[in-house]
Design a protein around this ligand. Structure first.
Ligand SMILES: Cc1cc2nc3c(=O)[nH]c(=O)nc-3n(C[C@H](O)[C@H](O)[C@H](O)COP(=O)(O)OP(=O)(O)OC[C@H]3O[C@@H](n4cnc5c(N)ncnc54)[C@H](O)[C@@H]3O)c2cc1C
Length: 480
């Protein structure tokens, strides 16, 4: 069958591209290997709890937020409710216990009150975060710096640096190897004055995007693995795929004028391209590394966690042994007794994820697939249970009564993320955003083969993937 566009992967990048193109009258076929759309933007049901796979905080909506325009254009505003979050985050490390607001002026004021000697450094930090595009343009041509070097130059107090780095895990695992420019744009959007959670969980957004595709004549095939992009000479002309129904596999090849890849760029290079094309792309990405993965302990609680005594939506806990920002990278490889984590208490904003009187939450840390590989199933399950127990003990210290409130617990590792997204090493934010990283690899792709995902121009997270999908759709529409 011939389509205008075939999209490989129903993560947010693929879904957004598909929704925009279908709405503009293109015939879209979207292939997704999992049994539900969304990639990282999904939920799953356990007992009577709806557990959110990934979303803690989506930056925006705010005045400069492109998502506002995208949601309006795709008719999502009526289908998806965004719940504003009460604070950016609370940070605790045994020495400090600070709530960082979303409003940048308030955040600067609060931190300057706590660290009066650092007022000038804080001014510089917030000026950079809020005026990132201008500052990046001014530094064009200069070697890119790391966030860690920038903080060392402008802030003296190590605890203040750690507070500012509380949510580093939203982007990367080490302040000294994340591009300052990338961080400034991403953090600037969180400090735009708002952040949100999707009412009912991120699956609502993913399903809404599917409904836009289908309402406009497009097709979304779940349980369908793309196995190869078919070329005629140097031009992609279609996709071969397998639809899996229980033990039955059926193979198909469909043709399309344009092909959009939401699957990871390493997956494209290693598994989907034919030999000659594969070598060209592999050569281009050989120095790029997939970014960090995440481990999540999902909780269903017998009662709202706020009734147990937790007043915060998002709490970042750094172990007291993290004394300077130089300790962060090592800590992310340490045991779960000391590794930094964030506790998300959805009951603060969304009571729809659990039946009345109950609630859900999650604890999340940076983690690495390599630490979970090579175990047999028994050892893997044992380690998952031990990690959950360690995390519960740490949460009990933070919120006495936490343990008794737990009704359901389940741990998802980087291998879980890899299994459901096929992203190498379970990476959740695409390639690591190291200083000097470029997207040159996009330039070697044939003109009708596009990337719409966290591995594209805008990086990872909900916003990066949505922007990538929408901009890719505009590129395709402009061409034609
Ligand atoms: C635990 C966790 C917490 C997170 N927290 C936040 C947060 O608070 N805020 C935020 O902004 N972001 C967060 N993120 C990151 C964010 O969810 C991701 O960066 C973003 O959703 C990635 O979108 P994507 O379009 O790149 O696709 P992905 O979500 O990576 O999905 C890719 C899709 O392609 C499919 N696929 C791959 N190969 C094939 C193939 N060959 N054939 C068919 N289908 C294929 C996969 O099955 C998958 O559905 C979190 C992620 C996780 C896992």
């Amino acid at each position: 069958m011939k389509h205008d566009i075939i999209i490989i992967g129903a993560g947010l990048g693929g879904l957004t591209a598909g929704a925009k193109l279908a709405k503009e009258g293109k015939k879209v076929l979207l292939l997704e290997q999992h049994d539900r759309p969304g990639g990282c933007a999904t939920t799953f049901q356990r007992k009577d709890f709806t557990l959110e796979v990934g979303l803690h905080e989506m930056d925006g909506p705010h005045a400069r937020d492109l998502k506002v325009k995208i949601f309006r254009d795709l008719g999502l505003t009526e289908k998806v409710s965004l719940l504003g979050l009460p604070e950016f985050y609370r940070f605790v490390n045994g020495r400090q216990n600070v709530v960082v607001p979303h409003n940048p002026e308030e955040a600067e004021r609060r931190l300057a009150e706590l660290f009066p000697g650092e007022a000038q450094g804080l001014k510089t930090y917030f000026n950079h975060v809020l005026n990132s595009r201008k500052i990046i343009a001014e530094s064009a041509g200069l070697p890119e710096r790391s966030l860690g070097d920038f903080l060392d130059e402008h802030i003296g107090n190590e605890d203040l640096k750690l507070i500012l780095l509380g949510n580093l895990g939203y982007f990367h695992d080490d302040p000294y190897s994340i591009s300052l420019n990338y961080y400034l744009v991403a953090q600037g959007s969180y400090y735009g004055g708002n952040a949100s959670f999707i009412k009912g969980g991120s699956q609502i957004l993913s399903n809404a995007l599917v409904s836009v595709i289908e309402a406009n004549g497009g097709t979304v095939k779940l349980n369908t693995l793309a196995t190869a992009i078919i070329f005629e000479e140097d031009r992609p002309v279609g996709v071969s795929y397998e639809t899996i129904m229980g033990k039955n596999k059926q193979s198909f090849t469909d043709l399309a004028t344009e092909i959009i890849v939401n699957a990871s760029v390493p997956t494209l290079a290693k598994e989907l391209l034919p030999e000659g094309q594969r070598q060209i792309l592999l050569e281009k990405i050989k120095d790029l590394k997939p970014g960090a993965s995440l481990l999540t302990v999902y909780f269903g609680f017998k009662k709202p966690l706020k009734e147990v005594g937790n007043p915060y939506y998002s709490t970042f806990v750094f172990d007291p042994t993290i004394k300077t920002q130089k300790d962060i990278a090592g800590n992310n490889h340490s045991g779960f007794e000391t590794r930094g984590f964030t506790l998300v208490d959805y009951s603060q904003v969304d009571s729809e994820l659990a039946p009345e009187g109950k609630s859900v939450g999650a604890v999340c840390c940076i983690d690495y697939a390599s630490d979970w590989e090579g175990m047999d199933r028994k050892a893997y399950l044992k380690k998952k249970a031990e990690v959950a127990e360690t995390i519960i003990a740490r949460c009990e210290k933070l919120i006495p009564g936490f343990r008794d409130a737990v009704e359901y617990v389940e741990t998802g590792t980087p291998l879980t993320v890899r299994r459901y997204t096929l992203n190498p090493e379970g990476a959740v934010y695409g390639f690591a955003q190291n200083p000097g990283k470029t997207t040159d690899y996009l330039s070697v792709l044939p003109a009708n083969l596009h990337i719409a995902s966290a591995w594209g121009k805008f990086g990872g997270g909900f916003s990066g993937s949505i922007f990538s999908g929408y901009m890719t759709a505009l590129d395709v529409l402009r061409k034609r």
